[in-house]
Design a protein around this ligand. Sequence first.
Ligand code: CMP
Length: 136
Amino acid sequence: MNESEQTLSIIKPDAVERNLQDEIKNEFNKNGFVISKEKKIHISKQEAEQFYKVHETKPFYNDLCEYLSSGPIIVMSLQKKNAVLDNRKLMGATNPKEAEKGTLREKYGISIDKNSVHGSDSIENAKIEIDFFFKD
Ligand code: CMP
């Protein structure tokens, strides 16, 4: 039962804009993640709407999609044992104000929208999200 797992990580526009990608990637490496796939892209609002479709009924959906498509992002597939859960622990709470000290969102996040990183919330969604960006 020592199988490694994959999870999708996004370094969001606010972090790329502040040139934090190397610092954040270094945090992943330090915490035992292998970045097995990576690309820098600038997605359209329609692509953001597809990616965040699970949130389409939420009041913040439109702003969220505007935001994710507002500038370049880094999408990565992160690999390690328990990658999904460990990445969520490393990221901290969605709202940087509530994120535990030392977590990525506590260190780099600006607000609940500009929270610097996204990570898959389950193994099932990780597969869907990795396919979304890396299936050719
Ligand atoms: P993320 O993990 O990328 O998934 C959905 C995003 O919606 C979340 O991070 C936040 O940046 C954003 N968001 C904005 N408002 C809220 C809210 N009230 N609750 C949860 N997520 C929110």
